[in-house]
Design a protein around this ligand. Structure first.
Ligand code: ATP
Ligand code: ZN
Length: 300
């Protein structure tokens, strides 16, 4: 029986998104215990249960309202959206948040020695192997290219060597897999990252409240990952220059120092990483006693 109060969130069972998904939820305060089959994680301190599944199943689970939320790559979501559209069915899931992990791109690559490549048009009449036929087809249409799509379920990068395709369209992050397979990236079809998707159905008020709370915590977690708390001393006259140098900070707190000096203490939250170069520039502008601290939690 569906529990009207407990949210169900689908996450990848085992793969590239799993650790960071669990880490994110942990930082949002979720403690959970896994059932015997390891398929479900029962939230102990929030009305939120996790369903551990293959990433490809997540859009369907959300679209069919088996789960209220899903945490999955944009590439999987967009491929599903196009697949449903091709079957005359508008996808009804909604992307609620863009997450700061799972970054990769769906890219076209050709063999290193492919002398025929001189730009997208040279794909005309060629065979392209991929596990993302719908995203590739859309890109080909947008570029008015007629190519044959060879849909595979995996091991796309070896298709050219096996003579099954002239080019591939696959997910790339560092590009080392391409290099190892003597392939060269030539075009980006989709920039991707993990996202949170939501069911199309309206949620009971208690569930909707928890979705809002969870999203607010996700935003807080993502903001603090980059944020730093910076403290320094500076002569008042140096403040305009120093404020310009503080990366991504809105209004710093200025505190006079005891002892009749013209120096003040400046405290600011910087919403960007603070690099050594920034500290050196601040020092050159007159700052001293510089201290940079990580931010633990943030709620706007
Ligand atoms: P599953 O068994 O759940 O179907 P999978 O093998 O399809 O897993 P993974 O390789 O674990 O999937 O990738 C999951 C997601 O991680 C991808 O859909 C993509 O959004 C993201 N990702 C990030 N970097 C890469 C990369 N270099 N290669 C593949 N996926 C990546
Ligand atoms: Zn998958």
């Amino acid at each position: 029986m569906d529990n009207p109060v407990r949210l169900k969130l689908a996450v990848q069972k085992s793969g590239r998104l799993t650790d960071q998904s669990i880490d994110l939820l942990g930082r949002c305060g979720l403690k959970f215990s896994r059932g015997k089959d390891q398929l479900v994680g029962f939230g102990e301190n929030m009305p939120l249960d996790l369903l551990f599944v293959r990433d490809d199943d997540i859009p369907d689970l959300v679209e069919e309202d088996v789960c209220d939320l899903g945490l999955v790559g944009l590439n999987v979501v967009e491929e599903k959206r196009l697949e449903l559209a091709a079957r005359g069915h508008a996808a009804r899931f909604e992307i609620l948040r863009t997450l700061d992990f799972g970054r990769c791109r769906l890219a076209l690559a050709v063999p290193e020695e492919a002398t025929w490549w001189s730009g997208p048009r040279s794909l005309d009449g060629r065979r392209i192997a991929t596990t993302y036929p719908y995203l590739l087809a859309r890109w080909l249409t947008e570029h008015s290219i007629q190519a044959e799509i060879v849909t595979l379920s995996g091991a796309v990068e070896i298709a050219p060597r096996l003579g099954r395709a002239d080019a591939i369209c696959d997910l790339v992050s560092t590009g080392s897999t391409l290099v190892a397979n003597r392939l060269r990236e030539v075009e980006v079809v989709l920039e991707s990252h993990a996202v949170i998707v939501r069911t199309p159905l309206s949620l009971a008020a208690a569930k909707a409240d928890w979705v809002e709370r969870l999203l607010m915590r996700v935003d807080g977690v993502q903001q603090v990952r980059e944020s730093k708390y910076i403290m320094l001393h500076a002569p008042r006259s140096a403040l305009p220059a120093i404020r310009k140098l503080l990366p991504g900070s809105e209004s710093p707190t200025i505190i006079p120092l005891e002892g009749g000096t013209d120096k003040v203490a400046v405290h600011a939250v910087c919403r960007e990483n603070v690099f050594w170069e920034t500290l050196e520039a601040l020092k050159a502008a007159g700052a001293s006693a510089l201290l940079v601290l990580p931010v633990e939690k943030m709620l706007a």
